[in-house]
Design a protein around this ligand. Structure first.
Ligand SMILES: Nc1ncnc2c1ncn2[C@@H]1O[C@H](COP(=O)(O)OP(=O)(O)OP(=O)(O)O)[C@@H](O)[C@H]1O
Ligand SMILES: [Mg+2]
Length: 277
């Protein structure tokens, strides 16, 4: 089976007055129609990797790679308008903070319909029906009412589910979900994971799931990439995560709280310079 996404030696740099910040430093992986988790401490380059694949690196960032292919298409050679056409339609990303992705002055329904109508030729009435169905699919209980609300009129968790509805309505082949459930309580979290799982199983979508939560990733994903300081230090089957060999991964695992366990002293995450080479 050919890969849906091939990333080879991806780098993202930000020149600043005091030097160059290397956010991503030579990341390589391939993705099929599967669930790939990306874990790693804050600032390790998870979001920057996702954004670079999406073509959403902040304007002063410099992206380079030996290869960045999506479904047989060379993303590095694609024009800005070709990349824009891919976004939302074939590749979608749920951003870490949905507040920045929803337009505060437009109703939720209109935003979802417009997303659909920029990618598919559907009538207004069809778009409306599809939006209702999608809102229902993300467990919004009263889709017709929520359709007419503005983003500030729904809860954070509902906002996040609305974002997911908007991102998947055009049926992307690849979904990059950056901490999509970290603001949700556990029951809603499970609903949202269930929706994404269904999309992978039923539509054969590829999923990149970025999370801090190693336990969640090990139960939800097929494979896991562990990032440290802009690099991949370990790639492992999700079911094997508990037996990870790399000391950094072991450190992340040790920092996960266990119910009923005494946390004195608190574990400290080891960081060694030799892991960078
Ligand atoms: N616009 C930017 N300009 C300069 N540096 C940036 C910019 N965006 C991100 N960085 C840097 O890139 C590095 C990686 O950031 P990134 O957002 O990918 O981390 P992350 O792994 O997603 O962390 P978190 O778990 O906190 O979301 C960080 O050191 C960050 O400071
Ligand atoms: Mg992030």
């Amino acid at each position: 089976m050919s890969a849906l996404l091939t990333v080879e030696n991806l780098r993202v740099r930000y020149p600043t007055r005091t030097g160059v910040i290397e956010a991503v430093r030579g990341v390589s992986f391939t993705l099929g129609r599967e669930r790939l988790g990306i874990v790693g401490e804050s600032g390790s380059g998870k979001s920057q990797t996702g954004r670079a694949i999406m073509g959403l690196t902040q304007s002063h960032g410099i992206v380079s790679a030996d290869r960045l292919d999506f479904a047989g298409m060379d993303l590095l050679a694609a024009s800005p308008s070709q990349r824009r056409a891919l976004r939302g339609k074939r590749i979608a990303m749920i951003l870490q903070d949905p507040k920045y992705s929803l337009d505060p002055v437009m109703t939720i329904g209109r935003q979802i319909c417009e997303t659909l109508r920029t990618h598919e030729k559907v009538t207004k009435a069809e778009a409306r029906e599809r939006a209702f169905d999608m809102l229902e699919a993300v467990q919004i209980r009263d889709p017709k009412r929520v359709f007419d609300l503005h983003p500030h009129e729904v809860s954070g968790g509902m906002g996040q589910r609305v974002m997911i509805a908007m991102m998947v309505i055009a049926g992307p082949e690849l979904l990059i979900a950056d901490e999509p459930t970290s603001a949700l309580d556990v029951t809603v979290q499970l609903e949202v994971l269930g929706i994404m799982d269904k999309l992978v199983a039923e539509r054969g979508m590829g999923l990149i799931f970025v999370s801090h939560d190693l336990r969640l990733v090990s139960s939800f994903c097929d494979r896991v990439i562990v990032m440290y300081a802009g690099r991949i230090v370990e790639e492992i089957a999700a079911s094997e995560l508990a037996n990870a060999k790399h000391p950094y991964t072991q450190g992340l695992l040790n920092c996960m709280p266990q119910i009923g366990e005494s946390r004195h002293p608190l574990p400290v995450l080891d960081r060694k310079p030799e892991w960078l080479s």
